[in-house]
Ligand binder design. Sequence first.
Ligand SMILES: NC(=O)c1ccc[n+]([C@@H]2O[C@H](COP(=O)([O-])OP(=O)(O)OC[C@H]3O[C@@H](n4cnc5c(N)ncnc54)[C@H](OP(=O)(O)O)[C@@H]3O)[C@@H](O)[C@H]2O)c1
Length: 301
Amino acid sequence: MRRLETPWGAKVSPAGFGCAGLGSRVDARTGLRLLEHAVVNGVNWIDVAPGYGDGDAESIVGRLPAAVKRELHITTKIGLAARPSRLRRMLAPLGRPVVAALPGLRPLLRGSAGVMAVALDARTVRRSVEDSLRRLGVEQVGALLLHGPAADRIGHDETARVLETLVASGKVRSIGIAPDAVQPVEAHEADIVQLPATLFAPAPLGTRFAVRHGALRALPRLKRLLRKSAEAKNLARDHASDPAAFLTDYALATNAFGVCLFSTMSMPHLDRLLARLDRDIDPAILGVGAALARLAHERGL
Ligand SMILES: NC(=O)c1ccc[n+]([C@@H]2O[C@H](COP(=O)([O-])OP(=O)(O)OC[C@H]3O[C@@H](n4cnc5c(N)ncnc54)[C@H](OP(=O)(O)O)[C@@H]3O)[C@@H](O)[C@H]2O)c1
């Protein structure tokens, strides 16, 4: 798979494997199988956080062999952690088949996910990073991002100092922010700005290395648009006959010098994603995407 060179000298895949569902949407065994499949096929950017997978995702990544992990660029985060819930853990194996059969429930469950904000004083940050390194079974992470509301702390003196010491000690290679929504943040202190971006709600590219997620979240709306508008169907004729492939290509084309995160807990979907990654993308897709988004806004679809 082709590689991008980051400003801090890492060679990374243009697509990253998002671990938000490892251990929650799928059990550890299935999650590890999906992760291994992505890695064997060339994906080396892994996006995880202490709270992902109800607190289990980092440990699942940690089960990869050490030699494999040395070749990966693992991004983890600080600022949000899993809220311990025995009830949630007990119910997860029963709930997975229900959610798999009724995917419409997912946004509701995502909203109730057990994460909580953690303080960002020097001691808590150091402990959070040490815990992440231990669960991941690595001595260094490729990036450490300030997660959710914590992103606002990037310019604060105490946070900046502790981040600097983590980089200087070699435990963290680069730092960045991952706010929940696009906000006017000029994060000069950050190497990475990670934001949601979809066909219908793009994120501006700034001067920092851009990581984008959420591309496939636009799938239901794109399908509805193509169903309801003959003009959209006509526009998409040559490009969007497979809407999921279109959204994947569009995300990669709009962030050609950064990384696009994808999160699929389905092997057939993962294979379809991997099949897109070494293709040349027709630049015309950018115009088609912009026109489809405009149409959706104009028609309220
Ligand atoms: N604040 C932050 O930093 C933040 C916030 C959110 C997410 N993230 C990161 O970004 C990653 C990506 O998350 P995302 O939810 O935004 O991912 P996404 O890839 O945009 O969307 C994932 C959804 O698309 C579905 N999907 C994937 N391929 C498909 C296909 N071919 N056909 C139909 N459906 C398909 C998946 O279902 P299946 O599983 O069934 O394939 C899943 O429901 C997360 O894992 C996490 O690492 C970061």
